[in-house]
Design a protein around this ligand. Structure first.
Ligand SMILES: Cc1cc2nc3c(=O)[nH]c(=O)nc-3n(C[C@H](O)[C@H](O)[C@H](O)COP(=O)(O)OP(=O)(O)OC[C@H]3O[C@@H](n4cnc5c(N)ncnc54)[C@H](O)[C@@H]3O)c2cc1C
Length: 456
């Protein structure tokens, strides 16, 4: 149903007392996320907007809104911080944005776990956990503007993943509390393997109001930069750090050409050296330095978090994962990126061929992470955007050379390749969203086509 056919007065009456935003400019801003990282998505999504933003402050209000949306058949796009890169929080067909940032209470911190409302900012949650001497297992570099619910529903892993694996790995997320989108909403608790039903589902199958995560004793992570003349040596050093007995929270290998984007780090990351950005536990610092020397690296920075903050040096995690792309985009909006999974063991020939064929069109950037216990090498190479055809030519070349691509230039879960939509997940959608109102068009290209045809 298009926005013009909806009984908005009836809906507003049904949610009386709950905060809303209806100023057109503010609604437009809340209808956007970081999809503009992709020029392809930017073209497709820049005109999309909701009719209204609704901001419930607790689960009771979420239930009231869910019930009203089911009754008036209003599409619902959930929003946390709106920092997703694939247009996950962008309403394709109008309706409401359901912003959950007021659900921001930490409910319980115990030994090895935290239970929290879903709309809390990740940084605030991590700070609360730190007060109890523990820390979150992983987070994105957007930690101060992204919510924990948005990370579970739209993200996959990040800083900390080299130590603890990705979100979908067993035990990292312990439970999700979900409100269904029905006239009489129900609460469903997902635990164990069932968490996969709603993890990385882009808010298409239920509203996560609370969740429980595993946490670990806090470590005083030191920010380190190691410089290399040769890019492959940086990767080999990263491989050497992937050891069970090392306390390592981050290993990012970044091409020297990125140094132009990191002006605040010019004393530690000069333009003629490739860099490894890392977060290292105190117990591992000496071994880290020995390994750096063994691989021909020079440690240009090693500071504790307190020393870093006092010296006003940017954190190394802001030189990692997708923050690296952001640094480039701050200087020049014609950059974009690819998401690549490398075969194991690392084949330097892939990068040699890419460099020989694409030169200054591609800057290399690799990330180490664990998945189901095994160390993996991912990459977020920066790509100069000159057109969609050329972008996919480069992407296809990575695949021909044996790497896997998670397409960052599509807004549907299935085509993004981060996760296969299995029948169990679709069955859960039937259960949690029987009217098909949740983030319509985001599960697959086929669904998007139908949804867009219905309103045109
Ligand atoms: C510079 C940069 C770096 C990034 N680095 C990483 C990274 O390392 N790893 C990573 O995984 N991501 C990364 N991201 C993507 C994104 O920042 C994170 O995934 C972030 O945690 C998303 O949280 P959010 O609150 O902004 O979610 P939003 O963008 O608001 O929402 C994401 C998706 O989840 C749904 N959703 C939100 N809240 C709920 C809820 N309570 N219930 C159900 N569905 C919900 C939304 O509908 C949407 O589909 C990065 C993005 C940028 C711009």
């Amino acid at each position: 149903m298009s926005d013009s056919m909806i009984d908005w007065d009836g809906f507003r009456a049904a949610i009386t007392g709950i905060a809303i935003i209806d100023d057109a400019q503010k609604v437009r801003l809340k209808s956007r996320d970081y999809f503009w990282y992709s020029p392809v998505l930017n073209e497709q999504l820049k005109g999309c907007r909701a009719h209204l933003v609704v901001l419930p402050k607790n689960e009771k209000e979420v239930i009231q809104v869910a019930s009203a949306c089911a009754k008036f058949k209003i599409p619902v796009t959930i929003r946390g911080g709106g920092t997703g890169n694939y247009g996950q929080a962008v309403p394709l067909v109008g309706g409401i944005i359901l912003e959950l940032t007021k659900l921001n209470k930490v409910l319980e911190i115990g030994d090895g776990f935290v239970r929290t409302e879903a709309g809390i900012m990740i940084e605030a949650l991590d700070e609360a956990v730190h007060e109890e001497g523990q820390e979150l297992l992983m987070w994105p570099s957007t930690r101060n503007i992204a919510t924990i619910g948005g990370f579970i529903a739209g993200g996959s892993g990040g800083i900390g993943s080299v130590r603890h694996g990705v979100l979908r790995d067993d035990g990292n997320v312990r439970s999700l509390r979900i409100v269904t989108l029905e006239e009489e909403p129900r609460i469903i608790i997902l635990e164990g393997a069932d968490i996969q039903k709603a993890h990385h589902a882009y808010g298409t199958n239920g509203i996560i109001t609370e969740l429980e995560l595993a946490v670990r004793p806090a470590v005083d992570w030191h920010h380190a930069i190691v410089l290399f003349d040769n890019y492959e040596q940086g990767i080999r050093f990263g491989e050497a750090l992937c050891r069970e007995d090392y306390d390592i929270y981050l290993i990012s290998v970044v091409d020297k050409r990125f140094s132009a984007f990191y002006r605040e780090l010019k004393d530690y990351f000069p333009p003629d050296k490739h860099a490894v950005f890392a977060m290292v536990g105190p117990e591992t610092i000496e071994a880290f330095k020995v390994d750096a020397a063994r691989f021909g690296g020079m440690v240009s920075l090693m500071v504790s978090e307190a020393e870093r903050a006092a010296a006003d040096i940017p954190p190394t995690y802001e030189c990692s994962w997708n923050h690296t792309t952001l640094q480039a985009l701050k200087s020049d909006r014609t950059w974009t990126y690819l998401q690549v999974a490398y075969p194991q063991p690392y084949k330097p020939a892939i990068d040699a061929v890419i460099m020989a064929e694409f030169g200054d069109e591609v800057y290399l950037h690799h990330e180490f992470a664990r998945e189901r216990g095994d160390y993996q090498l991912f990459a977020l190479p920066l790509v100069k955007y000159t057109g969609k055809e050329r972008l996919y030519e480069i992407s296809n070349r990575f695949e021909e050379l044996g790497a896997g691509i998670f397409d960052a230039h599509v807004y549907t879960i299935a085509e993004g390749g981060m996760k296969v939509i299995d029948p169990v997940q679709m069955a859960f959608k039937e259960e949690a969203d029987p009217h098909g109102l949740m983030n319509p068009g985001k599960t697959s290209a086929e669904e998007a086509e139908k949804v867009l045809a219905a309103i045109s």
